[in-house]
Design a protein around this ligand. Sequence first.
Ligand code: GTP
Ligand code: SPV
Ligand code: MN
Length: 611
Amino acid sequence: MTTTQAKPTTHTTNSRLEAWVSEVAALTQPRDVRWVTGTAEEWAELTDELVAAGTFVRLDERRKPNSFYCASDPSDVARVEDRTYICSVEEKDAGPTNNWMAPDRMKATMTELYRGCMRGRTMFVIPFVMGHLEASEPMFGVEITDSAYVVVSMLVMARCGDAVLRAIEEQDAPYVPALHSVGAPLAEGETDVQWPCSDTKYIVHFPEERTIWSYGSGYGGNALLGKKCYSLRIASAIARDEGWLAEHMLILKLTSPKGAVHYVAAAFPSACGKTNLAMIRPTVPGWTAEMVGDDIAWMRFGADGRLYAVNPEFGLFGVAPGTGESTNPTAMETIARGNSVFTNVALTDDGDVWWEGMTDEPPAHLTDWLGNDWTPADGEAGTKAAHPNSRFCTPASQCPVLAPEYDDPDGVPISAILFGGRRKTTVPLVYEARDWAHGTFVGATLSSETTAAATGAVGVVRRDPMAMLPFLGYDAGDYFAHWLRIGEQHDPAKLPRVFGVNWFRRDPEDGSFLWPGFGENSRVLEWVVDRLEGEADAVETPVGLVPAPGALDVDGLDITPEAVEKALAVDADEWRAELPLIDEWFDLFGDRLPAALRDELDTLKGRLAAD
Ligand code: GTP
Ligand code: SPV
Ligand code: MN
């Protein structure tokens, strides 16, 4: 890493980048400017500094090598959807599901916030690329941040550093400028806090300019700007313009006992099971599952007419609670290899981490995420040791079942897309859409209970189209039209087949999950792949095709046939209760709602009336 004073210097031959860095430094007034190079020495230097500052606690080298515990400010623990804006030139282009402000007004407001906001801090410049550096058109970005935590996390989550900067220079390539500040300047001699942040937060996107401005938060999705801000909000706007898809989807490689390979993408809202499905250890004998991606898929059509997906990320930013040997042993193995940052989990007395769901029995004593002593008695009294949205940040390369295709810049051909949410009622374990337009309807009407991944109430059912509600960079009505257009412009026989899933249905009698989930979800994947191969039977219902009696493999499954039946059931009364909610949802889009989706809704109404 190179260190300089905050005065004009030459660090890059790209004069536009040099000028932007100087301009930001002049506005934000950092103590110094450091260009991130991506070396192991730099990682060691930064993590040492974070330990010295009290932000990081180094974990025990034998338990979690080169890994760190970190607790945020208790107010800065999740994405802030109410502070997230799409500042398109015209309000209508942000659509009814996004916050909007005129770009000039937003820039004026934020420029005043940025003025002097890095005083007393180091300003880091992180050249990064989302996706492969060897892609035919690499998707570059440069994040400026005054948070070393953000730098360390970005080094895990994206391909960063000198090689990227050289490629930007050599190709004179466009890049997304992404400006981030925690918004906590330090006065002369003022000692820093463990987790600087501001009560004023703005997470802002200028889609036409392909620019990101973020202020006030250090939390992942608000601050690691390559992830949701670039790879979903900005990229979705680029994808609409260029005819591809930037989606909140995991990518999974499945190999059947016969050796047939299928790649499946799945969109579930935040904290609804993507990382777990991406890392699934199948319980069905003979099946192999490998991870390509766990959160984001960029999908483009190949010369052969099929839809190819790449994972633009380099790391995993996973929900910690619920991750344990019995649920996600793959993740446990990934983090055991070290090189990870754990935020808002609990710290054990022997320098390891713990969270609810890691083991059946908690350790006898912990330091909880708020820094308090914690014993199992506190747990019984309802105090969580880890924040529900605590996260592990770990290199994807450490995943023991990472598919080799992860390294292929051309990606993998997708055979099936799953849309799923967290629904206690109504939505069956699995159902298949009749065709692409119906699949688009299934995605556009996807609903889920809110989770701790965003601030606000948890457990409230809302529509979350394609699991993209918080991540769309433009009008959702136009987004639906984009999906439908893709179906019209491509060979239906080569398009992925679309399925809906729900691992989270509850028994109305006792509130327990009807389906065991996790590794057992391989039974659903088996049915999906067998459908693709023409080998599994289905029956028509008003909402789509569900497994015919006996078609879902339940051999050796530890639940009653009645529970399976309840999990798979399509109850016409429950679905009829859903109709006014879908009507209300569609009304939000006015004349920007594609007619084909109204037609799908009318078809559903007709089928339910006849049922
Ligand atoms: P983001 O990183 O926020 O996008 O979340 P995600 O979609 O990757 O969700 P993740 O796989 O991390 O799971 C979130 C929570 O749901 C964790 O607590 C999991 O233990 C739990 N979970 C995941 N899969 C299942 C399942 O099949 N059944 C049940 N009951 N819980 C699950
Ligand atoms: C999500 O909330 O969907 C996440 C975590 O994957 S964050 O990166 O914070 O968005
Ligand atoms: Mn996510």
